[in-house]
Design a protein around this ligand. Structure first.
Ligand SMILES: C[S@@+](CC[C@H](N)C(=O)[O-])C[C@H]1O[C@@H](n2cnc3c(N)ncnc32)[C@H](O)[C@@H]1O
Length: 270
C-alpha cells in the first residue's frame, strides 16, 4: 500500500537543526531568499569569498528549470511533474511555472530536509483544476517516492522527472545512476528526465570552493564530469541542444549565456 502523502499543518514544524549548514538553506540564501540561518549565511559567504560564480550557477539553474518546464508543458504536452530535491520555495517554483501555462498540471514535490517540509505549504498552492503534493522522502528510496507519488500522479501517463542539483548529494555514482534508472523505469514512454548538476573539470576555483564546503559539516555535494552527467540520460532521447551549461539550454532571446560549471539537459523516454 502506498504511504500517505505528507501534507504539513501550520503547526507541524519538525526539529530544524540550526547548528550545521544545510544545502536547501544555503541555496535559498544564494537565491536571495530569507529562509536561512546564520550558520547557512556563514557557509554561503565563505563559499562566495572563494567562488562568487556560485550565485550565477544557482540563479542560472532556476532559470534553466523555468525554461525546461515551459518547454515540457508548451511543446511536449507534459501535465505531470515529479520534482525530487525540490528545495525551499522560491520565485517560480515548479508548480507555479507549470500551472501558469496549464492550470490542470499535477506536481509532486519531494525533499528530505525538515526546513523544506516546514515551508511546504508554499509548494502546495494549486490551481483548482490541477493538484500539488509534498512528500518528505529521501532520493535514495525511489520505491517510496513512486508509491507516494501515485496518490497524486497517474503513473500510467507521461511524467517529467526533475532532478535539479540533487544527485550531487548522492556521492556514489552507481547509486545515483540506479535512482535515475528506477524512477525513469517506472514511468511510461513519453516521460521526460530533466537533470542538472554542478560539473567537474570546468572551473578549478569552483572545485576548490566545493572541497571546502564538503568539509564544512554540510551534507557533501560531489561534482561530476560532463560525461558522467550525460550518462544519466542513457537510453533516453536528448532534446536539442543536449547536455550543455544550463545558461545555454534554449536561452531567452538576448539573455547572457556565460559558460558555467553547471550542466543540464532534458530527454524523452522513447
Ligand atoms: C542545492 S538544493 C537544489 C534545490 C532545487 N532543486 C534547485 O535546483 O533549485 C538541493 C536540494 O536537495 C535536497 N536533498 C539533498 N539530499 C537529498 C536526498 N537524499 N533526498 C531528498 N532530497 C535531498 C536538499 O534538501 C535541497 O533542498
Amino acid at each position: 500500500m502506498p504511504e500517505p502523502v505528507t501534507t504539513p499543518e501550520p503547526t507541524d514544524h519538525p526539529e530544524i537543526d540550526t547548528s550545521v549548514p544545510h544545502s536547501a538553506r544555503i541555496w535559498n540564501y544564494w537565491l536571495g531568499g530569507t529562509d536561512n540561518y546564520p550558520v547557512d549565511q556563514a557557509a554561503g559567504d565563505a563559499y562566495t569569498a572563494v567562488f562568487p560564480g556560485i550565485v550565477t550557477i544557482a540563479r542560472g539553474s532556476r532559470a534553466f528549470l523555468r525554461r525546461t518546464i515551459t518547454y515540457l508543458v508548451s511543446e511536449a504536452g507534459i501535465r505531470q511533474f515529479l520534482d525530487v530535491g525540490t528545495g525551499l520555495p522560491t520565485a517560480q517554483n515548479t508548480h507555479e511555472v507549470a500551472q501558469g501555462i496549464a492550470p490542470d498540471a499535477r506536481i509532486v514535490h519531494v525533499d528530505n530536509d525538515p526546513m523544506v517540509l516546514a515551508h511546504a505549504r508554499a509548494l502546495l498552492t494549486s490551481t483548482p483544476e490541477g493538484a500539488t503534493a509534498y512528500i518528505e522522502a529521501d532520493a535514495t528510496d525511489p520505491d517510496r517516492i513512486l508509491a507516494a507519488s501515485a496518490e497524486t500522479l497517474d503513473l500510467g501517463r507521461p511524467v517529467a522527472l526533475i532532478l535539479s542539483n540533487i544527485l550531487g548529494h548522492v556521492a556514489d555514482h552507481e547509486q545515483a545512476r540506479s535512482i535515475v534508472t528506477r524512477l525513469m523505469g517506472a514511468l511510461p514512454p513519453g516521460s521526460h528526465l530533466c537533470l542538472n548538476d554542478g560539473s567537474l573539470g570546468v572551473d578549478p576555483v569552483f572545485e576548490q570552493a566545493q572541497d571546502a564546503y564538503n568539509n564544512s559539516g554540510a551534507v557533501p555535494y560531489v561534482l561530476r564530469t560532463v560525461g558522467d552527467i550525460t550518462r544519466f540520460f542513457d537510453g533516453l532521447e536528448l532534446v536539442d541542444p543536449g547536455v550543455v551549461p544550463v545558461t545555454r539550454w534554449r536561452p531567452d532571446p538576448g539573455s547572457p549565456t556565460p559558460e558555467v560549471a553547471e550542466h543540464g539537459g532534458l530527454a524523452r523516454k522513447p
